[in-house]
Design a protein around this ligand. Structure first.
Ligand SMILES: Cc1cc2nc3c(=O)[nH]c(=O)nc-3n(C[C@H](O)[C@H](O)[C@H](O)COP(=O)(O)OP(=O)(O)OC[C@H]3O[C@@H](n4cnc5c(N)ncnc54)[C@H](O)[C@@H]3O)c2cc1C
Length: 215
């Protein structure tokens, strides 16, 4: 990982981490990122799905998408990923916080032209969000592949920032008669809703009934 000044966590630097294990664990658990880039001086931050293969983040979308077209020109990009683990309820308003794990990746993306790599990225994208789905579905045909752009961003300049644990109140506030602690927040998966056009007798597959999300 490239150790650059611009990815150093400045506020509460002890919460910063720069090792691949920490960064990849966060990237592999989340599946939505926010992609920041500027067009003619106007910043845009667009939410989108992603997958990681080795040391690259892949995003995909319509070949006509402004985001994908702009990024494929090699402009500077900033991708952020956030996982929220809990609300941190302190005794003072000031020390209320959130337990989170987040990642920022800086760099330049490039268009994936190689067909095999493109197909591998589309598979990774599906499998990252719904493990076990890819072998059961129809894979993209020529037209669909043409209509889809895949971009990859090297994970070379990246940081993680993580907050865990109790609130950190001022010493004099610990005597207050106010409940303090953490309200954990986690993802819950609802019951599957069958498509209104689902054929008779098609059972819900195990990759849906035992959908884990967390790897
Ligand atoms: C959870 C999630 C996952 C997504 N996954 C993908 C994905 O994998 N691939 C993909 O191509 N797209 C994905 N999208 C949609 C993505 O956010 C863009 O809408 C899409 O890429 C179209 O981009 P564009 O270049 O056509 O839009 P632009 O031309 O960049 O958009 C023009 C304007 O439309 C508005 N706009 C565009 N998108 C949004 C938005 N999401 N919310 C509010 N306003 C918006 C903004 O004001 C923007 O300036 C996802 C969105 C969400 C919320």
């Amino acid at each position: 990982m490239k150790g650059s000044e611009r990815i150093k966590v400045k506020r509460l630097p002890a919460r910063g981490a720069y090792d691949r294990d920490t960064i990849y664990a966060i990237l592999d658990e989340a599946f939505i990122c926010h992609v920041g880039f500027a067009v003619d001086g106007q910043p845009y931050v667009i939410p989108t799905g992603y997958a990681r293969i080795d040391d690259h983040l892949y995003i995909h979308g319509s070949s006509a998408s402004r985001m994908l077209r702009t990024l494929s020109e090699g402009v500077d990009v900033c991708v952020t990923v956030t996982l929220v683990d809990g609300l941190v309820l302190a005794r003072s308003a000031f020390h209320h916080s959130i337990n989170y794990r987040s990642v920022v990746v800086l760099g330049k993306a490039e268009l994936v032209a190689n067909r095999e790599e493109k197909e591998r990225a589309l598979e990774a994208f599906t499998e990252h969000i719904i493990p076990g789905r890819w072998p059961e579905i129809r894979w993209p045909n020529e037209l669909e592949l043409k209509a889809t752009s895949v971009l990859k961003l090297p994970i070379e300049e990246a940081s993680a920032k993580i907050r865990t644990g109790d609130p950190k109140d001022d010493d004099e506030d610990y005597a207050m008669n106010v409940w303090a602690g953490v309200l954990p927040i986690s993802e819950t998966i609802g019951r599957p809703i069958p498509d209104s056009r689902l054929g008779n007798g098609i059972a819900i597959p195990p990759h849906i009934t035992s959908y884990p999300r967390k790897k």
